[in-house]
Write a protein that binds this ligand. Structure first.
Ligand code: FAD
Ligand code: SF4
Length: 571
């Protein structure tokens, strides 16, 4: 029987007072901590009699080491970093400056190069980086300021006093598979905070609690997502120059699915490549890891990679919904930043600079709140205003309808994108509605049994072990590890639904969209359809796709014991 992680009751927990708790040490959380430290240092230098302390400001990061759970393309638009740390280029780990871009439309065997690079995909002046190394460096800057980063600690619950957020509970450690305390049990801390800053990245688990408790998604478009599958390759020299950027559209997707690929040339003949598939496809048998394997078999891509070696793998979802899907970002005792809020420009496939800027604006708000000792919704809503008056809004407003324009396929999307380009992002109406991605999934009975035009990307990829890989081989290259003896952190509200309805209606899409083979339907003669759901939670790479894409919305991803997860290096 599956037993799921749940908060343990009746446990005495250490209480720890805090001024600011930042949940998540990615670009948004680290920028927030660093900017807050800068403001406090400046204040203290000018006001020797009214000092503010940095001692009670904490960053919680679920990874064992800073940056280990960060995965991105990644091209860095340096705009916000230049505001945060002028001259950062001199010391940050930047692999190459972008020197050349090209965009292709692929068919199965051919490629068509766009005669000019569409403006949103022009990347001159941006840098190829490894996000996890970049965040590690940013984290070291935070630590130099004296702010404490607790690595290996996940925020597992928000604490409330009525409608006010009063803190964060960290994960319980040493809980066995049956939710019993082991001999090494350590209860999670209750960090009693004046303000909680949620910077958990895509589909944040505490952010989800908050959005649901206060119905923050009301009157917003539903958030929509893509799933990025990435591999890092070492290729023979001369294949792609450091700083060369290639984007592709088309194959292996058909005109019904949304998505595309990137290929970025880094230093030392390392190539970052990956495929983002919109999590709003119709066929539940589609497997995004398979899509990447198909993509690599295109003659153009195979030519780039041939003779090379895949060295790393990872996956992560990203929020696509844009401006209309962003919830209110501040309230009584809380703020939401970065991907957790949905600050991502899906047209440019870029969110790092926006995450950093939102972190800076949240820090400025927290600083004002600390000075006035006022953490009320009225005070913190100045973060909302700061975002709306900043270049975050300027950038996102221009693409506010972009992804929704593609809801009815590639050609309709190109048409809407064209009209939006000439109307400052408006298009045919001021606000295009959106549909949650999982609502696009069709039941098997409505789809061709042989897969039709999508057949090539359905089900598990086999892999030849050289250019293409099955999931388990890929997964091995993510370095993922968890404590095995712990309850499952993929909390399925009703496994009966998996065994009776989903297997028949949708063919158990969790087996396909999970990039880490966590979900399996195993034989069980006692079940009406002869199959029962089984989980391998220790494979999980924390991409959050299952929480987003399951058709019945019964999977809740909660943080496993802190320290577990992928070990991304160079991703
Ligand atoms: C495949 C892919 C390609 C991309 N390419 C680009 C690109 O080329 N350029 C670009 O600008 N953007 C790109 N993006 C987007 C970019 O990576 C994100 O916008 C950016 O990383 C968001 O930063 P963040 O700090 O909000 O979240 P994240 O980078 O996701 O960081 C969140 C951190 O919080 C931690 N965390 C989460 N929950 C908890 C919890 N409960 N307790 C403790 N810690 C927690 C996580 O472990 C993680 O370290 C890409 C994204 C993907 C998925
Ligand atoms: S279990 Fe969910 S979060 Fe974990 S890797 Fe699979 S889809 Fe991603």
């Amino acid at each position: 029987m599956l037993i799921f992680r749940k908060p343990l009751q009746g446990v005495e927990r250490p209480q720890m007072p805090a001024d600011v708790v930042i949940v998540g040490g990615g670009p948004a959380g680290m920028a927030c901590a660093l900017r807050l430290a800068q403001l406090i240092d400046q204040h203290n230098a000018k006001n020797p009699d009214v000092q503010l302390s940095k001692e009670n400001i904490y960053v919680l990061e679920k990874a064992r080491e800073i940056g280990q759970h960060c995965l991105s393309g990644a091209l860095l638009d340096p705009r916000s970093m230049r505001e945060l740390l002028p001259g950062f280029e001199k010391e940050a780990p930047l692999d190459a400056e972008v020197s050349k871009e090209s965009v292709y439309f692929l068919t199965e065997k051919s490629k068509f190069k766009f005669p000019i690079t569409p403006p949103p995909l022009r990347d001159h002046g941006n840098y190829v980086i490894s996000l996890n190394r970049f965040v590690k460096w940013l984290g070291s800057k935070v630590e130099e300021t004296g702010i404490t980063i607790f690595t290996g600690f996940a925020g597992s619950e928000l604490l409330f006093d009525g409608n006010r957020v009063t803190g964060v509970r960290t994960d319980d450690k040493g809980v066995d598979k049956e939710n019993h305390q082991k001999s090494n049990f350590e209860p999670g801390y209750d960090l009693q905070a004046k303000v909680v800053v949620l910077a958990e990245g895509t589909r944040g688990s505490l952010t989800k609690q908050l959005i649901s408790k206060f119905d923050l998604a009301k009157s917003r478009n539903p958030q929509t997502y893509g799933q990025g599958i990435k591999e890092l390759w070492e290729v023979p020299s001369g294949r792609i120059a450091p700083g060369e950027v290639i984007y592709t559209m088309g194959w292996p997707l058909t005109t019904r699915e949304y998505g595309g690929a990137w290929i970025y040339g880094g230093k030392d003949n390392i190539v970052s490549l990956g495929f983002v598939t919109g999590l709003d496809y119709a066929d539940p048998r589609l497997d995004p890891q398979h899509v990447l394997q198909d993509f690599k078999q295109h003659p153009f891509v195979a030519g780039l990679l041939g003779g090379g070696k895949m060295i790393r793998y990872g996956a992560k979802s990203l929020p696509y919904g844009g401006w209309w899907a962003i919830p209110p970002v501040a309230g009584d005792g809380w703020m939401i930043l970065g991907d957790s809020a949905g600050f991502l420009n899906s047209q440019r496939l870029k969110g790092i600079h926006l995450a950093i800027k939102s972190g800076m604006l949240a820090a400025e708000t927290a600083f004002e709140a600390l000075q006035k000792n006022d953490f009320s919704a009225a005070m913190l809503s100045s973060f909302q205003r700061k975002v709306e008056n900043s270049w975050i809004k300027e950038e996102l407003w221009k693409v506010r309808n972009f992804h929704q324009g593609f809801e009815h396929g590639f050609f309709a999307g190109l048409f809407h994108a064209g009209v939006q380009q000439f109307t400052g992002g408006r298009g045919l109406r001021s606000r295009y509605p959106g549909t949650p991605g999982y609502e696009h999934l069709k039941k098997l009975a409505e789809l061709p049994a042989n897969g039709g035009a999508e057949a090539h990307m359905l089900g598990a990829a086999k892999g030849d072990g050289k250019l293409t890989f099955d999931k388990l081989t890929d997964l091995y290259h993510s370095g993922t590890k968890h404590e095995e003896d712990q309850p499952a952190h993929l909390v399925i509200q009703d496994t009966n639904l998996c065994n009776t309805r989903c297997v028949k209606e949708f063919g158990s899409p969790c087996q396909n969209f999970c990039p880490a083979n966590v979900y399996e339907m195993i034989d069980d003669a006692e079940q009406p359809n002869g199959k029962r759901i089984s989980l391998n939670p220790s494979n999980c790479v924390h991409c959050k796709t299952c929480d987003i894409a399951d058709p019945y919305q019964i999977i809740n991803w909660v943080p496993p014991e802190g320290g577990g997860g992928p070990n991304y290096d160079g991703m």
